[in-house]
Design a protein around this ligand. Structure first.
Ligand code: AMP
Length: 105
């Protein structure tokens, strides 16, 4: 998607550092962190929100991505959330999982 900020990040347009990457997803730091550590787990394919996510394999891969990046960074305690729909705070319409932790990385 040409006008999607997360698609641009995934393409490397801004040189964003990926803390974890595989064939399905990338993980980068949220630009406006709401906790000591605030990561975004983002699928490489453009899916607008959880409502549009039909691919069960990708659902599993996103959760596996959360586990992989937290393990890689040594984060043992964290919380995840997915804002879905603008009334519930979704600002970027490219599916992403927020990972927040009071641990430093
Ligand atoms: P949401 O409100 O669930 O759509 O979350 C979107 C998140 O993306 C917010 O927490 C923003 O701070 C974050 N964000 C927006 N633009 C960027 C960017 N260029 N790099 C990193 N995070 C971003």
């Amino acid at each position: 998607m040409d006008d999607c900020i997360f698609c641009k990040i995934i393409r490397g347009d801004f040189g964003t550092e990926f803390l974890y990457e595989n064939e399905y997803l990338v993980v980068f730091k949220d630009i406006n962190p709401k906790a000591k550590t605030h990561l975004l787990v983002v699928p490489k394919v453009h899916v607008e929100s959880l409502n549009e996510l039909e691919d069960e394999k990708l659902m599993a891969e996103l959760i596996k991505g959360v586990k992989a990046v937290t393990k890689k960074l040594g984060i043992k305690s964290y919380r995840v959330h997915i804002n879905t729909g603008k009334e519930e705070g979704q600002e970027v319409f490219h599916l992403h999982i927020h990972v927040l932790s009071n641990s430093d990385i």
